[in-house]
Write a protein that binds this ligand. Sequence first.
Ligand code: TMP
Length: 209
Amino acid sequence: MEILGNFAVFEGGDGSGTSTQLALLKDKFAARRRKPPPFFPTAEPAEGPIGRIIRSALKNNPVLQPDTLARLFAADRGEHLYASDGIVERCKRGELVICDRYVLSSLVYQGIECGEDLPRSLNSAFPAPELLLFFDIDPQIAQERLHSRPSLEIYEHLEFQKKVRKHYHALLGEYRDAGVRVEIIDAAQSVEKAAAEVWSYVSQMPILR
Ligand code: TMP
């Protein structure tokens, strides 16, 4: 597994708070007195045309086959990584890129839906991040957080999220073995405490030392 320096990802089940934490990190960087390096927070599905189709399909409009979604997530990722001004270009020119969800989301979610072979082969050529933070939370608690949202997406139900958590735990070791720094954040603690933990790991990345 090739590791892309200056690249970190947040992973976790739905309702684990990864987007909130990335937004807090963005504020922290904006307020930082020591300015460089440039910080590029981003997320998958990404904002381009493929990501937009995925976002609609997550609301079941259109209803897509699980294999089609697996292919779309991988195509979206390929653009996100390799387009001009994409993740790879930014990391290589010395920016810190942190992405809310990445390959492991596909191995977990599409692994549950399609079996592990398809998402693995679709994602096998993509580089691994230097740091992976896994936001761990009891799916029951996460589900209570999600219920305040106006509508739920296709994966946001308890039975599926229980499988998601199990699959994440089963796959984290592979990343560790491949040389990725993997850390588990207790996502049930307060937002502030989780943010402090996130910073303790992100600030140790070589680009920030
Ligand atoms: P979000 O709720 O974090 O914005 O993510 C959107 C949903 O898409 C979430 O349920 C996880 C799912 N997802 C996959 O199934 N496979 C993937 O590769 C990615 C990036 C997200």
